[in-house]
Design a protein around this ligand. Structure first.
Ligand SMILES: Cc1ncc(COP(=O)(O)O)c(C=O)c1O
Length: 392
């Protein structure tokens, strides 16, 4: 019998973050008291007004196919929202609604990357980018953003990595897994470099509302018309509005790319779930309610961030940077002399604390904590982690 799997299927690795979460959930189901810091998902319910808009849409029979690019009213609302909140002035036709931010990334990569094209991915990176680039036949080129450099890459590093085959740079700000946020000036330099070297940027801004310490998460697409013309902004509703299970992503791209993405979507997913898009429309149209909901979640995240940061840095041998975005901390655990995978396996087995090995994100010296968990879990998890570190 011929091998049933394609080369793509044989070469793809499953998402390690989802795997850690599944393992922690399994232990929990067996009755174990696990402190799970693995999930990249807000621990809040979706705001009621969003749920109600979706329920109303179902009751009104909005349960049929929609245009592939998305509900027209939602694309209009996205254009208005991006102009006002992100400083990105684009027509509704430049916005696409997809089944999840993850799928938006995939569509952006499939629409732009041909076999052999190189894609610069700053490491630590979100787990799915390299796999998606490989699925498109592209070649991921990693540029190391070190702990000491606040987990950010410089133009000099990008210049060293660029070749004639480079097509795209992926930027994630705020970052998963590090929580690092690029400043406007840093983005200005990178965008200028992309213009100069004729490169595209895929800017993953899914955590842009979740920033702390008064910093802003600017978009390269807002910096100049030239930068906008080569930037694909991917985002979604999962993180900001606690809508992970709704599977709703967005993409904002120059004309030709937006059209290609809509065509790709028409031949793959057809459209993101119709009634879910009405919930998203409510989130865009009811700014006051949406802002209140986001502010409430942000307040909790910030409190937990500071508690976790302080707790981690008080453990001998652990060093953690003060990340200013998303809901992750990425402490350095290299002083314990274990690989990040061994560190995480032992921590889960011995102390029932689930965190994700940094190796999954291209940095074996770190582990990722999500602080989208309760204050009690943070306290309990820190006590167990301290016990574990004292023993290793
Ligand atoms: C950096 C980043 N981009 C995109 C996504 C995709 O989110 P979703 O597919 O739930 O919209 C995630 C989710 O973890 C993420 O961390």
């Amino acid at each position: 019998m011929k091998t049933p799997l394609s080369t793509w299927a044989r070469n793809i690795s499953p998402s390690p973050t989802l795997a850690v979460d599944a393992k922690a959930k399994k232990l929990k189901a067996e009755g174990k008291d696990v402190c799970g810091f693995g999930a990249g998902e807000p621990d809040f319910d979706t705001p009621d007004f969003i749920k109600e808009a979706c329920i109303k849409a179902i009751e009104a029979g909005k349960t049929k196919y929609l245009p592939s690019a998305g509900l027209p009213a939602l694309r209009e609302a996205l254009a208005a929202h991006y102009a006002k909140r992100r400083g990105i002035r684009r027509a509704a036709s430049n916005f696409i609604v997809s089944p999840g931010g993850k799928f938006s990334c995939y569509l952006a990569i499939m629409a732009t990357i041909s076999p052999g094209d190189e894609v610069i991915i700053p490491a630590p990176y979100w787990v799915s980018y390299p796999e998606m680039v490989k699925l498109a036949g592209g070649v991921p080129v990693f540029v190391k953003a070190t702990d000491a450099a606040d987990f950010k890459v410089t133009v000099e590093q990008l210049a060293d990595a660029v070749t004639d085959k480079t097509k795209l740079i992926i930027l994630t700000s705020p970052s998963n897994p590090t929580g690092a946020v690029y400043s406007r000036e840093e983005l200005q330099k990178i965008a200028g470099f992309a213009v100069e070297r004729d490169l595209l940027i895929m800017s993953d801004e899914i955590y842009s509302t979740l920033v702390y310490d008064g910093v802003e998460a600017a978009s390269p697409a807002s910096l100049s018309d030239e930068a906008m013309e080569r930037t694909i902004v991917v985002s979604g509703f999962s993180k900001a509005y606690s809508m992970t299970g709704w599977r709703l992503g967005t993409l904002c791209a120059p004309d030709a790319i937006a059209k290609a993405v809509a065509d790709l979507q028409s031949q793959t997913s057809s459209n993101a779930t119709s009634f879910a898009q009405f919930g998203a429309l409510a989130a865009m149209e009811n700014e006051k309610l949406a802002d209140e909901a986001v502010a409430e979640m942000k307040k909790s995240f910030d409190r937990r961030r500071l508690a976790l940061l302080q707790g981690l840095n008080s453990i001998d041998g652990v060093f953690c940077r003060r990340a200013q975005g998303a809901f992750y901390l990425f402490p350095n655990i290299s002083s314990f002399g274990l690989s990040s995978t061994d560190f995480c396996s032992k921590l889960l087995e011995e102390e029932l604390v689930a965190v994700v090995p940094g190796s999954a994100f291209g940095s074996d010296e770190n582990v990722r904590f999500s602080y989208a968990v309760s204050d009690e879990t943070i306290q309990k998890g820190l006590e167990r982690m301290a016990k574990f570190c004292a023993r290793v």
